[in-house]
Design a protein around this ligand. Structure first.
Ligand SMILES: *Cc1c(COP(=O)(O)O)cnc(C)c1O
Length: 399
């Protein structure tokens, strides 16, 4: 029996992750195309330890993270497969990159040179992937328009730095999830520019073992762009990258979110609810106080907007969401009691709720919702219908 506080908790279904990996693999354009599991931001809030272990079991041999600490977190838990750091790592950490055999993104000549100097000092060689900017205007050697020739020359110089080993080159799409308007045209133009750059570099004798550009949306929508590796994140967790992508691949949401009713009471017509008194009961109202709030990831923006499930029925959030609690109108649901389970995301009876619905109501995307699940919400891992572990960030008890 796993021990965790049954206040608010999330359940991560590892079988759903397996299903999603298989669905993505079935979409790959070639059996040689690798799948990088993107596990940045603590595996999109799902907990990197159990998720990365599950991905290894499923045959995933590459991992993507945003920074050095995330990469080291994987190494510390015994993930010895290649890990690509997408974002900034101070060049003076070259020794750590080398020692832990991590792969760093190089996005400018200046950064490449600093990394070379630090690697020389630390007496290590650093594996790198070159990041090119084909239109997203984020990180990368800018390739658009007049910058093309200069970028090609700079990349050539980076590849000649003796302490850097450039085994890969990649870009990132701005609109691969947008299938209406000119999203597709823009994605195709980014891909063409990427291909032209790789050709130009090959003409200069530079070959990259790993050319990659597809996030989840592009993995799903553009198989012809898979090249040597794809980098899905959100799809691993069973969520569609956008409404345009919904239903394009059979994905199963991996995470459910639950809480508990702390108290039930009836207030008279005219009673106000929560901070700021922005909800007034219009009749005798049965109110349930629930043990989840914005510190758990239930945003205050959802005040008076969201709904949850209790005993298979929907109940509306009334009044402001507090840091640790929120209130529901449960007048229409018979028999609600303190201790009842509240489904925030997941299915209960005929009803079901998604991170997409929550995100829509608070004007954001599911990505942000799952990343914002608070660290005091334990993640319970389920495999084959059994609870197999818990990540409890407050108590640091791991299994
Ligand atoms: C986050 C990220 C991904 C994964 O994106 P999803 O939309 O979650 O699939 C891929 N590549 C890079 C460089 C990223 O930063």
């Amino acid at each position: 029996m796993l021990s965790y506080l049954r206040r608010s908790w999330s359940v991560v279904n590892l079988d759903a992750i397996a299903h999603n990996v298989h669905a993505l693999q079935a979409r790959l354009s070639s059996p040689n195309c690798k799948l990088m599991g993107v596990v940045k931001a603590d595996a999109y809030g799902h907990g990197d330890k159990f998720v990365a272990d599950q991905l290894v079991r499923l045959g995933v041999r590459w991992f993507g993270v945003s920074n050095l600490e995330e990469a080291l977190s994987l190494r510390m838990q015994g993930i010895f497969h290649p890990i690509l750091i997408f974002g900034f790592t101070p060049a003076d950490q070259a020794g750590v990159l080398g020692e832990y055999n991590l792969t760093q993104t190089v996005y400018s000549l200046e950064y490449g040179r600093s990394l070379q100097v630090a690697a020389e000092e630390a007496d290590v060689t650093v594996n790198v992937h070159i990041k090119v900017d084909t239109g997203m205007s984020r990180l990368g050697f800018i390739l658009t328009g007049q910058y093309f020739a200069e970028a090609v020359s700079e990349i050539t110089q980076v590849c000649s730095l003796p302490r850097l080993h450039a085994e890969g080159i990649y870009t990132h799409f701005a609109s691969a999830d947008e299938l209406t308007g000119d999203g597709e045209e823009f994605t195709r133009s980014q891909f063409r520019l990427f291909q032209n750059t790789v050709e130009e570099l090959e003409a200069r004798g530079l070959r990259f073992a790993l050319r990659h550009c597809c996030n989840s949306a592009a993995t799903i929508n553009y198989p012809e762009m898979h090249l040597d590796m794809v980098r899905p994140g959100i799809a691993l967790y069973g969520l569609a990258p956008s409404a345009d992508c919904a239903g394009k691949l059979d994905l199963r949401p991996a995470m459910e979110l639950f809480s508990t009713i702390a108290q039930v009471k009836t207030v008279p017509s005219g009673a106000v609810v929560s901070y700021g008194r922005c909800y007034t009961a219009r009749r005798d109202t049965v109110i349930a106080a629930v043990a989840i709030g914005y510190a758990d990831g239930f945003e205050r923006e959802l005040s008076n907007k969201a709904r949850v499930l209790i005993r298979g029925s929907y109940a509306k959030v009334i009044g402001r969401v507090c840091m640790d609690q929120l209130m529901l109108d449960v007048t229409h649901i018979p028999g609600v009691q303190a201790g009842d389970l509240v489904t925030i995301v997941g299915a209960d009876g005929e009803g079901s709720l998604t991170f997409d619905e929550m995100a829509r109501l608070s004007g954001t995307i599911s990505y942000e919702k799952i990343c914002l699940i608070g660290k005091r919400v334990p993640r319970i891992y389920r495999r084959g219908g059994k609870d197999v572990g818990v990540a409890d960030y407050v108590h640091r008890q791991k299994e």
